[in-house]
Write a new protein. Structure first.
Length: 160
C-alpha cells in the first residue's frame, strides 16, 4: 500500500505531536495537590497525545486530499500553512497539557527532560515550519520521542 502525500504528512504530523506530548511533563512541585502515580500520569499523558494526534490526522485528511492533489504532494506553501496553523498549535497544546499533569514523585528530572526536549524541537519547528514536514528526515522530535517511549509515553513518543 502506497503512503502518498496525505499519509506522509499525516505521519509527520502525528510523530511531531507525539513528540510534543511525550515531552510534556511537569516539575510542578505544588504541595496542595497529590502527585499522580506513574501509571496515572502515563494514562492521562497518552490520552492527551491521542486526542492531539486525532485532531492532526483529521485536519491532515481534510487538507491533503487526493482530490486536491492527485498527482503528488501539495505545494510547499500548503504544507507550511498546515504546520503553522494546525501542527504547531496542537503539539504545543499537548506539551502544555502533559506538563500541567505534574511529574510523578521521583520522576521529575526524567519528565522534565522529555518536556524540555519536545519543547526545544517544537521551538525549532516554530522558527522553521518546514523542519516539521521532512517526513522523518532529520526529525526534530527524534530525541524526545526516544525519551518519551523509554518512559512509557508510547502514544506521545510513537505518534500513534
Amino acid at each position: 500500500m502506497r503512503s502518498g502525500p496525505i499519509g506522509g504528512l499525516a505521519c509527520v504530523a502525528i510523530m511531531s505531536v507525539g513528540l510534543v506530548l511525550a515531552a510534556c511533563g511537569s516539575n510542578n512541585n505544588s504541595t496542595s495537590t497529590t502527585a499522580l502515580t506513574k501509571a496515572e500520569f502515563l494514562k492521562k499523558g497518552n490520552a492527551i497525545c491521542k486526542k492531539g494526534n486525532q485532531q492532526i490526522n483529521k485536519a491532515a485528511h481534510q487538507t491533503f486530499t487526493k482530490k486536491k492533489y492527485p498527482t503528488g504532494p501539495p505545494p510547499q506553501s500548503v504544507q507550511k500553512k498546515f504546520a503553522t496553523d494546525t501542527l504547531i498549535p496542537t503539539v504545543q497544546g499537548e506539551i502544555d497539557g502533559v506538563k500541567a499533569l505534574g511529574a510523578p514523585a521521583g520522576d521529575e528530572a526524567q519528565v522534565k527532560a522529555i518536556i524540555d526536549s519536545a519543547q526545544s524541537a517544537l521551538d525549532k519547528g516554530k522558527a522553521d515550519p518546514t523542519l516539521l514536514l521532512q517526513n522523518g528526515k532529520k526529525d526534530p522530535f527524534a530525541k524526545s520521542n526516544k525519551l518519551a517511549n523509554a518512559y512509557g509515553l508510547t502514544v506521545c513518543g510513537g505518534g500513534g
